[in-house]
Structure formats: C-alpha cells, structure tokens
Design a protein around this ligand. Sequence first.
Ligand SMILES: O=C(O)CC1=CCC(=O)O1
Length: 96
Amino acid sequence: MLFHVKMTVKLPVDMDPSLATRLKADEKELAQRLQRDGVWRHLWRIAGHYANYSVFDVPSVEALHDTLMLLPLFPYMDIEVDGLCRHPSSIHSDDR
Ligand SMILES: O=C(O)CC1=CCC(=O)O1
C-alpha cells in the first residue's frame, strides 16, 4: 500500500543543539535504510519549509503507523497522511 506523507519538523527553539544534531543524524540513517529497503519510496524537501513530502510503501496502515513511530524526529513532527491508489490513467504499472 502506498501512502503520501507530509512531515513538518518543529524542533523546540530551546532544544540542546547537540541533541538536535544527533536526532537529525539518526533520522537520516533510518531514512536511508528504509529507502534502500524500498519502504520509503520518495523523499522530497518542500521548498522554503522544514518539511518533506514522502511516499511510503508498506503492507498496511498499521505498518505505516509503526514505521512513522520509529522515526527519531517523530515526537517533533506534525504528520499528515493520505492513502494512495492507482489512477486509471497512470502508465506506471508498479503503482499499486
Ligand atoms: O528533514 C526532514 O524533513 C525530516 C527528515 C526525514 C528524513 C530525514 O532524514 O529528515
């Protein structure tokens, strides 16, 4: 199942800079592993915002939830999710 996810990062202004640096590094490591595993299909910065648009490929809504909860920045993000299904005019046969 494919999901479009918008993540907006909201780190507290008074967060210890070394904690912020560690969270971002841990987030990057997990995000790149999930991309290599084919779970995190797309990751785009939203220009002008500390936010991203992502596409996740997971077996269920529960799996999406569990994956998002693993993200080190999860406690500091607003997350919006939309389920995706195949568009009848799509030429991409791997969309599902
Ligand atoms: O910077 C972001 O948008 C949050 C994030 C997601 C994956 C990552 O490495 O950072």
